[in-house]
Design a protein around this ligand. Structure first.
Ligand SMILES: NC(=O)c1ccc[n+]([C@@H]2O[C@H](COP(=O)([O-])OP(=O)(O)OC[C@H]3O[C@@H](n4cnc5c(N)ncnc54)[C@H](OP(=O)(O)O)[C@@H]3O)[C@@H](O)[C@H]2O)c1
Length: 334
């Protein structure tokens, strides 16, 4: 089969290659991949900022395709079914455990930049009927995380949700939060992106470059109350302000590290406002399935900035690595 290998932690180390087609064993499925989507962690691996198991490896955390063959003992699936293989195939549901998050596609398991992949049948989620392969490929990491964020704070009509930036997680969170009836405040570096976010339903827009003390703007927009949920996708540079922007009893859903993992913060807002600072590591297959059902129920369509060809993988990674040029997701057609 045709595949792309990353031979070293370098954006210049992608290699087109031919590999033997894998075979589905008991309880497994051979998937013909049709699309992949990039996440920040893909770039972190390809730049040596996140450890991969070994090189060469087939990169690509997220993808979608169709069932090509069934291993022994697999029921409920048929050749040709459109499916999304989850990024963490061992975490089928329930609480996080070390074993659940130990196996990750595109990190220490074969990823999506190949014609075929073998995955456990139990790690597959049906691709929502209203989405194509490219749209479906964007769901495993970003939509699952955004779905878990919105659920973690029981977002409902009247809730205020603060989103930072216009990357994949933020825009899925925008869609889920609006579908739940929340008021959304979104901060971005660009007025043009803010306008696009407004068209997607964001209620209040803040340019965080023009307004560096954006947490004060959040408080003033909410009559001093703050946000019930802050989806902290940015990391070191913003955590302190996110804590200040949160409402009493609010949730700061802490997932991102685009500006690094080290933060020096004032603990007082956490203590005084009894904040829930929640970590999250993507989510289970069941969480992805719920996120996909929510997309289907509300006819939500992932926001995709650009689709690259298989001969443009290096370009796609470089675009994401450029930081903040994109709006939503970057995908690769296989
Ligand atoms: N732990 C988990 O479960 C989990 C799951 C998914 C993702 N993540 C992490 O979450 C982060 C976001 O993921 P993603 O896929 O959405 O990334 P992404 O698509 O690369 O988006 C990142 C966005 O962050 C915004 N940004 C950068 N600096 C900012 C700042 N100082 N203030 C506000 N916004 C800023 C930019 O938006 P503008 O261009 O609009 O300014 C940029 O587009 C990454 O670190 C990723 O690894 C974690």
């Amino acid at each position: 089969m045709k595949a792309i290998q990353l031979t070293a932690p370098s954006l210049c180390a992608f290699r087109h290659t031919e590999l033997p087609e894998p075979t589905a064993g008991r309880g497994e499925v051979l998937v013909r991949l049709r699309a992949a989507a990039l996440n920040f962690v893909d770039v972190a691996i390809a730049t040596g900022h996140f450890p991969a198991a070994s090189f060469p490896m087939i990169p690509g955390t997220d993808g979608a395709g169709e069932v090509a063959a069934l291993g022994e003992g697999v029921n409920g699936l048929a050749v040709g079914d459109r499916v999304i293989p989850h990024f963490m195939p061992n975490w089928q549901g329930g609480a996080i455990t070390p074993g659940a998050v130990a196996a990750m596609r595109g990190i220490n398991l074969p990823g999506s930049l190949a014609e075929y992949v073998v995955v456990p049948a139990a790690s597959l989620v049906a691709l929502p009927a209203h989405l194509d392969f490219i749209q479906g490929a964007t769901l495993p990491i970003a939509a699952t995380t955004a779905w878990n964020a919105v659920r973690s704070a029981a977002v409902r009509p009247g809730s205020v949700v603060l989103l930072l930036g216009t990357g994949g997680v933020s825009l899925f969170a925008l869609q889920f939060a609006k579908a739940s009836g929340a008021t959304v405040i979104l901060a971005s570096s660009s007025d043009d992106k803010l306008e696009r976010a407004r068209l997607l339903g964001a209620d209040h827009l803040i340019n965080y470059r023009a307004t560096p003390d954006w947490h004060e703007q959040v408080l003033s927009l909410t009559d001093g109350r703050g946000a019930d949920l802050v989806v902290e996708t940015v990391g070191g540079a913003t955590l302190g302000r996110s804590l200040q922007a949160a409402a009493v009893g609010g949730t700061v859903f802490t997932v991102g590290f685009v500006t690094g993992t080290l933060a020096s913060v004032d603990l007082m807002p956490i203590i005084v406002k009894a904040l829930r600072v929640l970590g999250n590591n993507t989510g289970s297959v069941a969480d992805l399935a719920e996120a996909a059902r929510a997309m289907a129920a509300h006819r939500l369509v992932p926001v995709i900035d650009r689709v690259f060809g298989l001969d443009e993988v290096g370009l796609a990674y470089a675009e994401l690595n450029g930081g903040g040029r994109h709006f939503g997701k970057l995908a690769i057609r296989l």
